[in-house]
Design a protein around this ligand. Structure first.
Ligand SMILES: C[S@@+](CC[C@H](N)C(=O)[O-])C[C@H]1O[C@@H](n2cnc3c(N)ncnc32)[C@H](O)[C@@H]1O
Length: 225
């Protein structure tokens, strides 16, 4: 992976809780965040005493390297959002400026935690579809804004292998969102679900309270039957 191909962008603990319908009981469990990048979910949950590990190929880089890449992509992302305001629901995030503030606050929490979290084994350099964990290491695996969102860049085969790998390392998997970058339902959902069902993995779609990208109102929940 080259850093110039990564778009590091981080959401907060509150956003993860709402995207993934996380209950207080869920937050007591062992949790894997796959593709967490510079999100602050890990930093905030670990600080509150949670048992959480994040896996992402961007963790092969130092904090300074990731920070400088964030500085590069920040204006590009902001201007894309500003050009397409109707693609988003401006409610808890009020406007583009507020979006930038919320994202930067989350990423600062990540940067403050990154070195000590790496030493503690909470940030692991790893890439789907192959994760360096034993079977069922985690009670819950979460994948936010990587699978399905990048359906134009990540093939159907990679999606299927990645979903099965997440189901191997965790008892339950939740993936959000189910729409692509342009807000349409991912073309990979139906074939992924069919392939998982053939492997005995139960699939359910659940409505979430999180609202930002239009059309992104469901989380996919996977469990071996
Ligand atoms: C748009 S960011 C989302 C970050 C975070 N999950 C969030 O929602 O705020 C996408 C993340 O997917 C990660 N990623 C890219 N390829 C990956 C792979 N093969 N396996 C796991 N994560 C990957 C990127 O490094 C990046 O951190």
């Amino acid at each position: 992976m080259e850093l110039k191909n990564v778009v590091p962008w981080g959401r907060s603990f509150d956003e993860y809780r709402d995207m993934f319908l996380l209950t207080d009981a869920d937050l007591q469990e062992t949790i894997l965040g796959c593709g967490d990048g510079p999100a602050s979910f890990n930093a905030e949950l670990a600080k509150a005493g949670g048992n959480v590990v994040s896996a992402d190929p961007v963790y092969r880089f130092t904090a300074d390297q990731i920070r400088s890449r964030v500085r590069e992509v920040y204006p590009e992302i902001m201007s894309e959002v500003a050009k397409n305001p109707d693609d988003y629901i401006w409610d808890s995030i009020r406007d583009v400026e507020h979006l930038g503030q919320v994202r930067m606050e989350a990423m600062e929490l990540f940067f403050d935690d990154y070195e000590q979290g790496k030493q503690a084994g909470r940030y692991i350099n790893a890439s789907l579809p192959k994760l360096p964990f034993e079977d069922k290491t985690f009670r819950l695996a979460l994948c936010s804004h990587y699978l399905f969102l990048y359906s134009e860049h990540v093939s159907l085969e990679q999606h299927i292998l990645s979903m099965k790998e997440l189901c191997r390392v965790a008892h339950e998997v939740r993936v959000y969102p189910l729409v692509t970058l342009d807000g349409s339902r991912s073309q990979h959902i139906d074939p992924v679900v069919a392939s998982l069902a053939d492997d005995g993995i139960g699939v359910s779609f659940q409505k979430v309270r999180y609202r930002f990208q239009k059309g992104a109102d469901e989380v996919l929940v996977l469990r071996y039957l």
